[in-house]
Design a protein around this ligand. Structure first.
Ligand SMILES: NC(=O)c1ccc[n+]([C@@H]2O[C@H](COP(=O)([O-])OP(=O)(O)OC[C@H]3O[C@@H](n4cnc5c(N)ncnc54)[C@H](OP(=O)(O)O)[C@@H]3O)[C@@H](O)[C@H]2O)c1
Length: 259
C-alpha cells in the first residue's frame, strides 16, 4: 500500500510515524510533497519516506492525505495533475475548516473524498479520528480509506458539521491532558517524589484510567464512586477540585477552542 502526503508538518509527520509504526506501510511506500521550507526534508532524513518533487509521482499512491494549513488545501487540489485525478485516487483532507463541498467543487462531485480530523496520538497508533465522507463515495473507496486510517487508531464517522467539536475534544484534548499530567506531577514533586518518577506515575495513571473507562464501559461517575471511599481521601480531593471549578474549567477550555 502506498500513501501520498501533502505536508509533513506536525500532523502529517504524526500520521506518517503512525503508519510506519503499524508495520503495514514501509517508509519508502510513503510519498511526501513538502512545502517551501526544509520541514519535509528534515523529517525525511529521520523517517525515511520518499520525498517527491513532481506532483505526477503521486499517481503511484493508493490514498492521498492532505495535511497542510487550511489556506493551502484548495490550491493543492486545483494543482493535482490529470494522471492523479483521472485515477480518482481517494483523497483525505485533515485540514480544519475546509469542507467537503468546497473540495468537491474543485475535484468534482464524484471524486472520492473524506474530511478527517485526527489527533496527535495517531503517532503511537492510539489516535481518535473523526471522519466524514463525500456523498457519492463508493463503498470500495470508503473501505480503502477506513482500512488505511484505522492503522492509526479509532475512526468515528460523524456529520461534517460536528467535526469541529470532535477536533476540539479529541484534537485539543491531548494538550489539556498534558496540562493535567504536568499539574499532577507538580503535586507529586511538592510532596517529595522526584520529577521523573512523578511524571511516570501521572502518565501511567492517566493511561490506565482511560483504558479502564474504555474497557469497562462504566459511566465515569460510577468509576469515580468506586475510588471514593466514604469519608476517605479521594472524596476530599474531589470536593477540593469541585470547589476550584475543575469541571467548569474543562468545559470553558473546550468553549475557548470553539470560539
Ligand atoms: N496539529 C494538530 O494537532 C492537528 C489536528 C487536526 C487537524 N490538523 C490540521 O492539519 C493541518 C496541518 O496542521 P499542522 O499542525 O501539521 O501544521 P504545520 O505543522 O504548520 O504543517 C503544515 C505543513 O504543510 C506544509 N505545506 C504548506 N503548503 C504546502 C503545499 N502547497 N504543499 C505541500 N506542503 C505544504 C508546510 O510546509 P513548510 O513547513 O515547508 O511550509 C508545513 O510543514 C492543518 O490544516 C490543521 O487544521 C492539525
Amino acid at each position: 500500500m502506498k500513501i501520498g502526503f501533502f505536508g509533513a508538518g506536525h500532523m502529517g509527520s504524526a500520521m506518517i510515524q503512525g503508519f510506519i509504526n503499524s508495520g503495514e506501510v514501509k517508509p519508502t511506500d510513503i510519498l511526501v510533497k513538502g512545502g517551501r521550507s526544509q520541514t519535509a526534508a528534515n523529517r525525511q532524513s529521520e523517517m525515511g519516506f520518499r520525498l517527491i518533487d513532481q506532483l505526477e509521482e503521486m499517481a503511484d499512491a493508493d490514498l492521498l492525505v492532505v495535511a497542510v494549513n487550511p489556506g493551502a488545501v484548495l490550491p493543492i487540489l486545483e494543482a493535482l495533475p490529470a494522471n492523479v485525478t483521472n485515477k480518482k485516487i481517494p483523497l483525505v483532507s485533515v485540514a480544519a475548516g475546509v469542507n467537503l463541498p468546497e473540495m468537491a467543487e474543485v475535484l468534482g462531485e464524484d471524486y472520492p473524498l473524506a474530511h478527517c480530523i485526527p489527533n496527535t496520538p495517531v503517532q503511537v497508533n492510539e489516535g481518535l479520528l473523526g471522519i466524514s465522507y463525500s456523498e457519492q463515495l463508493r463503498s470500495a473507496d470508503k473501505d480503502a480509506i477506513d482500512q488505511t486510517l484505522q492503522l492509526l487508531g479509532s475512526l468515528v464517522e460523524i456529520d461534517e458539521h460536528l467535526l469541529g467539536i470532535v477536533g476540539s475534544v479529541a484534537g485539543c484534548g491531548p494538550a489539556f491532558v498534558d496540562l493535567f499530567i504536568e499539574a499532577l506531577s507538580d503535586a507529586g514533586v511538592l510532596y517529595g517524589l522526584n520529577r521523573e518518577l512523578s511524571y511516570q506515575i501521572a502518565e501511567q495513571m492517566t493511561k490506565g484510567a482511560a483504558e479502564l473507562a474504555l474497557q469497562s464501559k462504566k459511566h465515569p461517575g460510577e468509576l469515580k464512586d468506586g475510588v471514593a471511599t466514604p469519608g476517605g481521601t479521594t472524596i476530599k480531593g474531589v470536593v477540593a477540585l469541585e470547589k476550584h471549578g475543575f469541571r467548569n474549567a474543562v468545559i470553558e477550555g473546550i468553549k475557548g477552542t470553539m470560539e
